[in-house]
Design a binder for this molecule. Structure first.
Ligand code: SF4
Length: 547
């Protein structure tokens, strides 16, 4: 976690892969990077030995070049590496930290922060064991969770990669299309079938995962060519197709590959490009700035070109590399109203107009407009089996009407806190859809650290974390106005089967009032009240904020 250079508020980002477990095997729970190295460096951590090595020769290298070189130099091809690419070095505001070549801690510009500290990579190798407080109980709890995942009916779906969800998402009106002018594209089936038939070459899993949602693709021939690499996962696929109305699967693979090697968040990158297409269509971007790029809906070639230009900060790419909020300010005219972001973070690929809990999630998530931090709240509408797991904690019995507004404040806060528990425990959220109930999460934590934490207590801890992050944001100036979602998403989708009047968000402010009341936050300012902070053991934070 970090203060985001993209949003200037709470930033955090996670990724799968093997680096995290390796750090733990080396004997560390986390690393804190303070200050800034005078010249580019990388860290080599092998158990208790920590070296800071020069990385001047790695300047400008892509992620695969960096990772391979570092492994060779430390003389251990089994070590795990996180690194940043050329986009971070150019201080693109949504640059990622990449792990295991193509796993991205994508959102909020963590790579940009690493670059600002002159840290190009961190290689880790651990040979130790991980002690747990109650080993037998721990093993039992983990085996129970693993069994639940292995037997879960949705497991097969995950194993096809999240991109296989795209057709379902499209058909439920959850796919923001043409820069979210509407929420149904109708071409996802074709895109996925072509991807699966021609380009998916392998499936993979992160360390110890029973689901294994990773896919690898390769486009050997054709116009673009994309060497074998990880993804695209759903968000990337939606971003480089439906958002800009491009149907060219090979261009999608190329854009995914470029983001992987340059180290850029595919959500923010594809969003700023779709935004630029609409700005150009409205005549807000000059031909001079476009520098020959024919940026228009459906032109995959221009989309791929813009990915390159953003990574290199060339022409319009230099403006878009600042993220949509700053880019809109620079472009001016009506661009600021058009820009889809909350707190400066670009919109992901789920549409809040068919599941209005998603609107509150986008508005109030501490890292900005995020679907998954701390949780995909809209899934209580789209996935009744997931909603069922939260009924014991106060969620209404499914099905939940996605167009409903009253009651969404309570639902959103509960699902966010439940999701926050996975963030606290460092677990992949997908396991939550595959049987990793709150009770199972509490059992694993209790056995691992030797506490006796119940599911309800775990929820309370999560609420505390949510409030602490909110207080960080309050300190940085976040107030109620910053929890507003963009105008376009409060209006009825412009066309398509979900263009219904009930899809318009009639009373977002009322939903926000209800959410604040449930949270114990002041309606006028959005600041957590002293009583709430004291209830959560955060009196010192209340004192610091002066509330
Ligand atoms: S489900 Fe989560 S942990 Fe498993 S492979 Fe996918 S991202 Fe990694």
């Amino acid at each position: 976690c970090f203060k985001s250079p993209l949003t200037n508020v709470w930033g955090e980002s996670r990724c799968g892969g093997d680096w995290g477990p390796e750090l733990k095997f080396a004997g560390y729970d986390f690393l804190i990077l303070e200050g800034k190295a005078e010249k580019p460096v990388y860290l080599w951590i092998c158990d208790e030995n920590v070296e800071i090595r020069s990385a001047e020769h790695l300047a400008g290298k892509t992620i695969p070049e960096t990772e391979t070189t570092v492994k060779k130099e430390v003389g251990d091809y089994e070590c795990k590496v996180v690194s940043i690419g050329p986009a971070a070095e150019k201080l693109v505001k949504f640059a990622c930290i990449m792990s295991d070549y193509d796993r991205a801690a994508g959102r909020c510009g963590g790579g940009t922060v690493m670059a600002s500290k002159n840290v190009k990579a961190i290689a880790v190798r651990g040979h130790g064991e991980i002690p747990v407080a109650r080993p037998e109980e721990f093993l039992e709890a983990v085996e129970d969770a693993e069994r639940a995942a292995l037997e879960h009916p949705d497991r097969a779906w995950f194993m096809e990669g999240t991109v296989s969800f795209m057709e379902f998402i499209d058909n439920t009106g959850d796919l923001p299309t043409r820069y979210a002018l509407t929420n149904h594209w109708g071409k996802s089936k074709k895109v996925y079938e072509e991807l699966k038939e021609k380009f998916i070459t392998a499936y993979s899993a992160c360390f110890g995962c029973p689901l294994g949602c990773g896919i690898h693709t390769e486009a050997k021939m054709g116009k673009w060519g994309a060497p074998m690499c990880g993804g695209p996962e759903y968000e990337t696929a939606a971003g480089f197709t439906a958002a800009s109305l491009c149907e060219d699967v090979e261009a999608l693979l190329r854009a995914n590959y470029l983001c992987n090697i340059y180290g850029m968040d595919t959500i923010s990158c594809s969003q700023v490009i779709a935004f630029a297409i609409e700005c150009r269509e409205r005549g807000w971007i000059s031909d001079e700035l476009l520098d020959g790029v024919d940026l228009r809906w459906g032109n995959a070639e221009a989309v791929v070109e813009m990915v390159e230009k953003i990574a290199r900060r060339e022409g319009l790419g230099d403006i878009l590399a600042e993220g949509v909020r700053r880019a809109a300010k620079i472009i001016g005219k009506g661009a600021e109203e058009l820009a889809l972001h909350v707190k400066g973070l670009e919109m992901p690929y789920h549409d809040p107009r068919v599941a209005k809990t998603g609107a509150l999630q986008y508005g109030t998530a501490n890292r900005g407009m995020c679907h998954v931090h701390p949780h995909e709240t809209y899934d209580v509408v789209h996935t009744p089996s997931f909603a069922e797991t939260l009924v014991p904690y106060g969620l209404p019995k499914p099905p939940i009407d996605g167009y409903m507004e009253k009651g969404m404040g309570r639902i959103t806060a509960l699902v966010q806190d439940a999701g926050m528990t996975t963030e606290i425990l460092g677990l992949c959220k997908f396991l939550v859809w595959a049987g990793l109930s709150l009770k199972r999460r509490a059992a694993i934590l209790s056995a691992a650290v030797g506490w006796d934490v119940s599911d309800v207590e775990l929820l309370k801890i999560a609420e505390r974390v949510t409030n602490l992050q909110r207080c960080f944001n309050v300190r940085e100036g976040v107030r109620r106005k910053d929890d507003m979602i963009p105008k376009r998403l409060r209006e009825m989708p412009a066309y398509g089967p979900f263009s219904k009047k009930e899809a318009a968000i009639m009373d977002y402010e009322g939903m926000l009032d209800e959410y604040y009341d449930v949270r114990g936050w002041d309606r006028e300012t959005g600041i957590p009240k002293r009583e709430k902070l004291e209830e959560l053991g955060l009196k010192d934070v209340a004192d610091q904020l002066g509330v």
